[in-house]
Design a protein around this ligand. Structure first.
Ligand SMILES: [Zn+2]
Ligand SMILES: [Zn+2]
Length: 272
């Protein structure tokens, strides 16, 4: 079956998102989405001292109890109208205590899907970092972190925006050329673990249609990877499903025939 999906979006439960869940859902319905995934940020190790004040307040205000309570109600409201998945985007942390807390949250609230993302190191998002080391060091460390993130003990379905760091580095060539071995290790692990590789369309100024870029998607396909999900990473109503057509084009040219929608433990296939 062919239907529209967007399985990575945020609501004002995330400190960096602009619109309330009610408004995001209304717009998603208007845009004709059949499956819509909400995946607000779980980033309990952010370095509050190095973040802008309003973001600190935002992060402190995310309360898992309130979040799941509010969104489960909205999910019910949309029953029979649009398949709303109440998920979580969990930012990988090296802090084992915080990872333990994520595990408890997953056990208690059973998110409909979980995106496993790497946003930064030592609690600070790459968006706020200055990169003084060379590309080999910076990208090498990033990819090592991504590889580690795949082994977390909490359940997850999707590997979020592989290559995210490229949005923020000062290097002229932001590609991962020269890091083929690290990329292969990551892609092979994703395939072996039966996880979904996200195709994220929030490319923020990068000269590519998707995160990960086309080269990485081609390699994933060549290695046998077939499970991809589409996500706009919308932080406001305008961006819902944005960049979808271009991404679909890229995927089709590589040979992908469908996207995989993680929904309440089931992996549903939607034709591209
Ligand atoms: Zn993210
Ligand atoms: Zn996100």
């Amino acid at each position: 079956m062919k239907f529209l999906t967007d399985m990575h979006t945020h609501t004002s439960f995330s400190p960096d998102a602009e619109n309330r869940a009610e408004d995001m859902l209304a717009m998603a319905q208007k845009k004709g989405l059949a499956f819509y995934g909400i995946s607000d940020h779980f980033e309990f190790d952010c370095d509050i001292l190095r973040m802008p004040k309003e973001e600190v307040l935002g992060y402190l205000s995310l309360n898992e109890e309130e979040y799941f309570h509010a969104l489960r109600h909205l999910q019910e409201d949309y029953e029979g109208v649009m398949n709303v998945a109440v998920g979580a985007e969990i930012g990988y942390t090296e802090d084992a205590k915080i990872r333990g807390r994520y595990e408890l949250i997953c056990e208690k609230y059973h998110p409909d899907f979980v995106i496993n993302s790497v946003h930064g190191v030592a609690g600070m998002d790459f968006a706020f970092q200055t990169f003084e080391e060379d590309k080999r060091t910076v990208y090498g460390a990033y990819l090592a972190l991504v590889r580690k993130s795949l082994d977390v003990s909490y359940p997850y379905d999707v590997v979020g925006h592989l290559g995210y760091i490229a949005r923020y580095v000062p290097f002229e060539d932001k590609s991962f050329a020269g890091f083929e071995n690290d990329i292969d290790d990551i892609l092979t692990a994703i395939i072996q673990k039966g996880k979904i590789l996200e195709v994220n369309t929030a490319v923020k100024g990068l000269k590519q249609a998707t995160l990960p870029n086309e080269d990485i998607l081609k390699r994933y396909f060549a290695l046998g990877g077939r499970m991809v999900s589409l996500g706009s990473d919308a932080h406001n109503t305008q961006r819902i499903a944005e960049g979808r057509e271009r991404a679909v084009q890229v995927l089709k040219e590589i040979g992908f025939t469908h996207v995989t929608v993680p929904f309440k433990g089931e992996y549903i296939k939607a034709e591209l």
